[in-house]
Design a protein around this ligand. Structure first.
Ligand SMILES: *Cc1c(COP(=O)(O)O)cnc(C)c1O
Length: 419
C-alpha cells in the first residue's frame, strides 16, 4: 500500500503532482509520502499491540531526518549500526532509551558515545566485543546494557547478499557459543545482561524462518534461565519483505500472528527492528529520460539517475517497478533497459522490461525506492547526491537539498609540496 497514484492521467504523491516537484526541485529526486510512512508504522506497531513491545526503526534503511522524525513522533525507537546513526537518530528526536545498537564492528569511540547517550541496549556479536565494551564502560564508571546477537542458523530464503542468519554469515554468535558467552558476560562487572537478539536477513517473504529463529532463541532463553540468567528484552530484528514485483510477503498482522504466541510464552518485552517494510514503498526516485538509443540487441532508455543514486538493481539484481509520470495511454510497448549515466555496465535500474515507449525529456518514477535508496547513495562519478522531498497531503517540502560539486570537494587539498 502506498500513496503514489494516477489522477487525471498524471502520477501524484498524495495530492501533489510529481511533475510539479520535478519542475521546481529538478531531477533526480527522492520523493517520500508521509501518509504512507505513518500508515506503515502504525499498522506494524498495532499488529503487536497486545504484547509489551517496542518498534525500533532500522535507521540504515532510510536515515533522512524527516523520515526518522516522522516515525519518532509516532513513538518509534531506532535500531542503529554506527555512531553516525546514533547522532542522526537522536537529532531527529528518538529518545536514547529507545535506541538499540546492532552491528559486528563497533569502535570504542562509538561505544563510548552510545554509553554517554544512555541507549537501551547494545546487541553484541563477538566475545572480543563483550570484553571491549566492558572495558569502555568500566573507564566511564557505567554498566552497559547488552544483549548477545544469536545467529540461529536458519535460512531466510532471500537474496544471499541480504541473508544474515546462516552460520556461514559474519553476524551473531552460534547458539551454543552464545550460551557460554552469556555466562562469561555475567562475570564482567561493567555489563548488564539485558536481552537476546537476532536478525536473520532482509526482504523475507515467508514467516517460517522468523518463527524458527524465535523457537531457537526460546530454547536458549530456557537454558539461560536454568543457569540463573534472567533477561528482559527479546529483540527479533527486522527483515519483513515488501512487494517490489510479484512478491506476496506476509502482512505485519500475519507476521505478528506467527510470533506472538511463542513470544508471549517467553514473557520478555519484544523489540522489533523493521526497516524496509516501513519505508520501502513510501518513497520513489523521480528521474527524467535523457536519451533513448537502439542497438542491434537492445532498446536503451538512458535516465538521469544511476547506480550511485539507487544501487539496489546493480547490487542485488533487484526489481524496481518503473512508472511513467504521464500515464501510459495504452500505446505500443517496448522491451527496454533503463540505464543511468554511470560508466559501469552494472549501472541499470531495469532490464528487459516491457515499458511504454518512453521519450526524451519524459519523467519516470522508480517505485519502491524508499528503503536502501538514498541511504546507500554514493557520489561515484563525482555525482552530487540528489534532493529528497517529503509530501504530506497537498504540501511538500525539500527535506534535503541537492548536494553541490563544491560540497563534494570540501575537505580535499593538494599535498604541501604541490601548493
Ligand atoms: C538491516 C537491519 C535491520 C532492518 O532490516 P529490514 O530488512 O530493512 O527490515 C534490522 N536489524 C538489523 C540488525 C539490521 O542489520
Amino acid at each position: 500500500m502506498h500513496n503514489f497514484s494516477y489522477q487525471n492521467g498524471e502520477l501524484y504523491a498524495e495530492d501533489v503532482p510529481l511533475a510539479t516537484i520535478a519542475q521546481q526541485v529538478g531531477t533526480p529526486s527522492y520523493v517520500y509520502s508521509q501518509a504512507t510512512l505513518e500508515r506503515h508504522f502504525k499498522v506494524f506497531d498495532q499488529a503487536f499491540e497486545d504484547l509489551d513491545h517496542l518498534v525500533c526503526f532500522a535507521v540504515k534503511a532510510n536515515s533522512s531526518q524527516a523520515v526518522i522524525a516522522t516515525l519518532a513522533h509516532l513513538g518509534a525507537g531506532a535500531d542503529i549500526v554506527s555512531g553516525g546513526e546514533l547522532v542522526r537518530g537522536m537529532a531527529a528526536g528518538v529518545p536514547a532509551d529507545r535506541i538499540v545498537y546492532s552491528g559486528v564492528g563497533k569502535s570504542e569511540a562509538e561505544m563510548q558515545a552510545a554509553l554517554e547517550a544512555g541507549i537501551l541496549m547494545f546487541n553484541l556479536e563477538s566475545a572480543q566485543e563483550l570484553v571491549a565494551l566492558n572495558e569502555v564502560a568500566g573507564r566511564m564508571g557505567l554498566k552497559a546494557p547488552v544483549s548477545l546477537r544469536v545467529n540461529p542458523d536458519v535460512d531466510a530464503q532471500t537474496h544471499p547478499k541480504i541473508t544474515t542468519g546462516l552460520s556461514k554469515n559474519k553476524f551473531g554468535l552460534d547458539v551454543d557459543l552464545a550460551f557460554k558467552q552469556y555466562q562469561e558476560a555475567a562475570n564482567l562487572p561493567n555489563l548488564q545482561l539485558k536481552g537476546v537478539s537476532c536478525h536473520i536477513g532482509s526482504q523475507l517473504t515467508k514467516v517460517d524462518p522468523f518463527a524458527d529463529a524465535l523457537e531457537r532463541l526460546g530454547v536458549l532463553i530456557g537454558r539461560l534461565r536454568g543457569a540463573g540468567i534472567e533477561l528482559e528484552l527479546l529483540d527479533l530484528g527486522g527483515g519483513l519483505g515488501i512487494t517490489y514485483d510479484q512478491e506476496e510477503p506476509p502482512s505485519p498482522a500475519q507476521y505478528a500472528q506467527a510470533l506472538k504466541e511463542q513470544a508471549a510464552r517467553l514473557g520478555l518485552k519484544l523489540v522489533l527492528e523493521p526497516g524496509r517494510v516501513i519505508v520501502g514503498n513510501a518513497g520513489i526516485l523521480l528521474c527524467r529520460v535523457l536519451f533513448t538509443k537502439d542497438t542491434p540487441t537492445k532498446h536503451f532508455v538512458i535516465v538521469d539517475a544511476g547506480m550511485n543514486d539507487l544501487v539496489r538493481p546493480a547490487m542485488y539484481d533487484s526489481y524496481q517497478a518503473i512508472w511513467p509520470v504521464k500515464q501510459d495511454g495504452g500505446g505500443s510497448k517496448v522491451i527496454s533497459d533503463v540505464v543511468g549515466p554511470i560508466c559501469e555496465t552494472g549501472d541499470f535500474l531495469a532490464r528487459d522490461r516491457e515499458l511504454p515507449d518512453l521519450v526524451r525529456g519524459e519523467l519516470i518514477a522508480v517505485m519502491s525506492a524508499g528503503a536502501y535508496g538514498f541511504s546507500m547513495a554514493s557520489t561515484y562519478n563525482s555525482r552530487p547526491r540528489v534532493a529528497e522531498v517529503m509530501v504530506s497531503g497537498g504540501r511538500w517540502s525539500v527535506v534535503r537539498r541537492r548536494e553541490t560539486v563544491e560540497e563534494l570537494m570540501r575537505g580535499e587539498r593538494l599535498p604541501e609540496w604541490m601548493e
